[in-house]
Write a protein that binds this ligand. Sequence first.
Ligand code: 6PG
Length: 243
Amino acid sequence: MNVFSDREAMSQAVARALVEAVSGCTRFTIALSGGGTPKTLYRLLATDFREQIPWERVHLFWSDERYVAPEHPESNIGMVRKELIDGVPIPEANVHAPRTDLEEPDDAARLYEEDVRRLLGYDPRFDWMLLGLGEDGHVASLFPDSAAVEERDRLVVAVRDSPKPPSLRLTMTPPLINRSREIHMLVAGASKRHALEKFREKKSTTWLRPPTVWVDRAASIRDDTRRAQDHVQEDRDEKDHRH
Ligand code: 6PG
């Protein structure tokens, strides 16, 4: 786990690692994460690190997307366009955003799977898979105990009952995420302490191949109050189980 003083320092380090990973590649494919955490990284890539990346060789995908129009404030595509794409000379043909305008999200998921296969072939492996971590342990739009986590064949599926709004989403699935050459998880802020601890103790998101984890200090501090509550609950569960 790589711990940094704050989100800015964490994002700087991830940007440096990305610059290094891209250099020397003739083509570099990244699946981007949404939410608030990676915004600083995207902004840095479009400013301080802009000249260090051969943008014509980079291909962008989304590990998940909320099923709203790109202009909608909740859109991950809209967020990435604003923070990153609008500021860098990446060819539009290298921006592979999922459709969110079809009446049937399952059709959009199928089309996105085809887009992935068109570029990456029948054993699709992203060079970098970027993920966040939700307070409930979700990554991309794969929520604990949801059917999508169990998906074994499809590479992208629609999610209809996301507990984090908006409820309708598209997400890459474990078989696609876990095939990636490198998986990077960015976690920042005190609200993520408990989720991070559970993840590190392998009490959540156990389907995910161990990623490189980048965190800020606020997220890395152990959450002793929540930990104590958890132990009480675990003891109760154990007793219930014995009876
Ligand atoms: C989304 C995400 C999601 C996100 C986590 C963390 O579209 O909601 O891609 O998986 O990465 O929920 O989100 P924050 O960075 O906003 O906490």
